[in-house]
Design a protein around this ligand. Sequence first.
Ligand code: ADP
Ligand code: GLC
Length: 489
Amino acid sequence: MNKILYISSEAYPLIKTGGLADVAGSLPAALLKNSQDVRLLLPAYPEVLKNIHRSKTIASTSYYNLAVDIIETRLPGTNVIVWLVDCPSVFNRPGGPYTDGHGQPWHDNALRFAIFCHVAVDIALDNYSLTWKPDVVHCNDWQSGLVPALLSLHKKRPATIFTIHNLAYQGVFDHKTFTELKLPAELWHMDGVEYYNQFSFIKGGLAYADKITTVSPCYAKEILQPEYGYGLDGLLNHRKKDLLGIINGIDEKQWNPGTDKHLAQNYNRRSLNKKSINKTELQKELLLPVDASIPMIGMVSRLVEQKGLDIILQSLPTLLTKPLQIVILGTGETHFEIQLTEWVKHHPEKFKVIIGYSESLAHQIEAASDLYLMPSTFEPCGLNQLYSLRYGTLPIATPVGGLADTVIDANKENIKKGTANGFILKNKTALSLLETIQRALTFYQEPAIWRQLQITAMSGDFSWQGSAKHYISLYDKFHVKKKGKASGI
Ligand code: ADP
Ligand code: GLC
């Protein structure tokens, strides 16, 4: 049994902007189920405070003269203990966890997440006398990057793991910010948190954590190359022996077509013919022509370059001449929102774009669609293709990161072997996307093969069970090392 402090800047169902929340909302529960003693540390944003049931303050302190309470609660629907960093001066404000109401990063993000990291470090060193000291501190993404760096300055400290969910977001600020935050000067060098004379939170994790993980084996290899390394491939190559990829799992209670409360009609592998009721219900709701036989392509996504919006927009003129319907739910960069909405005006009978965030609609689109669009330029893991597979909705994906690890192309050989569960693009181009969709549409006309692909997709094991075990064996290794050291080995 290991004591694990799991640090995340979001966790479903308390607060979510993307896949990190899904992971932080389900992996700790899977660890707990496997007899690990895990506590989740999260900032107390207003939405979080609104979503918790019972709570108590277990410590009070201050950083940078700002009052901080540590509040204990449980992750709704689980027994996972959550510790909230309640610093109203920086966290209690309307807007998102990282950005204001206009989508601009909060001006004081460095201060906000430095406070978050200081709390984590003080818990890790038992400075609040909480009678619980972690063996392992498990950090996620740049917001917790300073934790391994600050802990490295202490001799008696827990082991640290830093998980990369997305290397494109690094938390880079200027040197003045580093000085103003009064961070230890010994961290400021090119093998530390300095990044081309700037101050990088993520480097605190990548340079100082004992182990680095990322969320799929393929992405773990990709980030060693300049194309995917976002300027950090050099450092990652240097740390290669401590880097590994562990694929994300999904919360099978939340994402189960057999029991999903958001659906008009539940279904499973044995009642797959009922799936299309979700399509006709969604068609009615979105005022699309109601016809179960029209292939529907769905997408639920942050509308950013990473998700392949460029090639989607380039292929729309051709795509919208085909007999299909496309439904996209998302929010993101304004220019993508505008361009997509513009196309709806030309083809309202085929194309629906819902700009916004809706958990319920996300589930409905997964269930209603026949195909799921995910032509990402890079994808550390991706959860939507996993949800799609579980819902018998075949992904159309680029062969990158977690997509390459989980989507198996419906080529002749894979169909024969019975392993095919989706469609892979040859290249990251609009032409390749169009070819792949055309190939998928041809299969759609062959019900027996289509059914086989759906059954294979739905039979895959995307639970946390296997991946949680991988994390635990990583935690266990630290344990063995520590024991070894203590006994003088
Ligand atoms: P990323 O974390 O890069 O955004 P993932 O595929 O790992 O991509 O996870 C995205 C998560 O966010 C999924 O649970 C997806 O359903 C959800 N999501 C994204 N955009 C929306 C939206 N507009 N409404 C509801 N859920 C969304
Ligand atoms: C990031 C990645 C996504 C991954 C998610 C959870 O947001 O973009 O690919 O699934 O984190 O690990």
